[in-house]
Design a protein around this ligand. Sequence first.
Ligand code: ZN
Length: 113
Amino acid sequence: MKKISFIEMLPYFMSIILSIILIITGVNYLKVKDDMKKLQAEYDELQTLYDECKTQNYSEDLDPCPICGASVKLFPINESFYICCENCNLRTDYFDSRKDLIDYWNKKHNEDC
Ligand SMILES: [Zn+2]
């Protein structure tokens, strides 16, 4: 039986090592690609929120306080929003939607008049 030397086996070892490196690189590439996708989605979401905040000046859309007539401000808290009078501290309940809160505030104000 012919004895195979280490030198003769070397190309096989090299190809096995190379295959392992390629597989690891490929898996990492897929992981990074997935992370990039997630980050892109988060970025898009934040960009939408930012644009929403930038284009809408909520205070301008709000009627003044029905009690004292001072201007009111809309405040975000956690995931909710409320409106508070800067003068007499009259305030609304918490609303999940800014739009619903603004509609509620302006409608309530008009009813009081
Ligand atoms: Zn007030």
